[in-house]
Design a protein around this ligand. Sequence first.
Ligand SMILES: *[C@@H]1O[C@H](CO)[C@@H](O)[C@H](O)[C@H]1NC(C)=O
Ligand SMILES: *[C@@H]1O[C@H](CO)[C@@H](O)[C@H](O)[C@H]1NC(C)=O
Ligand SMILES: CC(=O)N[C@H]1CO[C@H](CO)[C@@H](O)[C@@H]1O
Length: 478
Amino acid sequence: MATPKALCVPVLSLLAVLAAYWYRQVDDDSLQSRLDSVLSSLLRAEQKAGLDFHRPPRVAIGFGGCLDIIVDGVALLDEAGIEPSYNPIHHNYIETEAQLAESFAYFFPPGAASERYVSNETLFKKLVDTSKSLSEMRWALGGNAPVMANRLATEGCDVLLGGRLSPEEISVLSERITVAGESISDPDIHLIMEYPTGAKWGNHMSRRANRYIVHSDSHNPMIDSLEDFKSQLENFNPDLLVIGGLQMMDSFPFKSGQRESRLKAMQELLLSIDPKIGSHFEMASFVEQSLMKDLLEYVIPYSDSLGMNEQELPNLLSLIKGGNITVLSDPYPRVASILDQMRELYQLLRSQKHKEGQRHLTRLHVHTLAFQAIMVSKGSLWKNTMSATAKASLTANRHVCGSSQINTRKAKLVMDDSFSVSREMGSQRIPFKESRPVSCWEEDNYEICLAPVLVCTEVFQTAGGGDNISAAGLVLQI
Ligand SMILES: *[C@@H]1O[C@H](CO)[C@@H](O)[C@H](O)[C@H]1NC(C)=O
Ligand SMILES: *[C@@H]1O[C@H](CO)[C@@H](O)[C@H](O)[C@H]1NC(C)=O
Ligand SMILES: CC(=O)N[C@H]1CO[C@H](CO)[C@@H](O)[C@@H]1O
């Protein structure tokens, strides 16, 4: 028979296990209720602006469009017999399988979004054919402009879309969208190589979910719907003009002077718009320095509003300050450093000498994995910044999880309990309140709103996220 003392030990350890279990349970429950509280507060903030339009807002948006093939990036490389490379190299464009492996090895471990032109048709066709043989592949309408157009239409806007699309692509567009641009039979294809957080490729592991995109476009780089779009614009009478999709010009083998002449045509379009109509430019992953410089001359000075992610912000800033393109930045930036970069970009762009017809930047939206930040000049045309920031944040989860209903069991917060508004010593710290998750405050001649993202933990799709998020943010501000 066991003595009482001998019995004691197992009983105690059983109690310890039960206690640990109970505490974990309490911990889980309080975390869960915190997420639920953030969600309900964000939903309230989103609804505050309400979409009770007198008439549907009218948004004209260009350019381009494509069919996306969405696959698991690692599965595709395996199936295509492209082995992991341990020689990460940043290539501006891709010509060989080895370059693809080197380039993927560069962006996959940090989990940074990127997009590359494939100049080798044989290679691109091989990748597309291999993708079609994967069991888990799906097609989607792609391209910044159509994705933003569909989102804006879903939110109740009437949309004019500049792009040459195929009948299949047009068939999945909302009825609220009018397409300006002749239809085509051979749409450009984008191959979206997605990967989740912690995905393994040989000895590489991804730090966060993201995608690597390859394309071999022929229509999009020429912005060949520009003229049709321009001729329909006046009649359409938009409240807002949105330009995106210009990264398709990146590293494309243009004939000499061809790119510049297309961008000059774009500049003329922008100059022809009534200054009372807001214009927004959506940045993207650009790696060709001379193209970025052209954008700084022909497009960005004509934009009232800019949208970009945590990679694109330092890239643009570096170039304006006379430095080089930065291809890769911290995919988990701190709030303070993003806000500092936003202030700097805002001030630099506004302080540049303005030529006739150029606009002053009055809105800057930066989307990151952990939070959304929108900066708006006081007295500008942009309304409802607080609600727009909440909506952008909710859209991030809705898009990545692939569901309009947000499930907090598939979400986490990666923002700290408080954040500093700047890296400068002695800067104000703002606590993060579950019941009021969107923080807004004023500085100088602008207001900043910041909202945490309920980061989706069961990723359905990351590609197109920035477009949905930016469009969702814009719709409440016009
Ligand atoms: C293009 O890609 C194919 C398939 O990977 C390859 O066999 C060929 O060598 C590549 N061509 C060039 C010029 O690199
Ligand atoms: C910028 O890029 C050029 C050309 O690639 C290179 O020669 C130069 O060293 C770079 N400068 C900096 C500061 O990185
Ligand atoms: C969550 C979400 O709204 N995702 C959408 C992003 O935009 C594309 C194109 O309009 C939609 O198909 C997605 O559903």
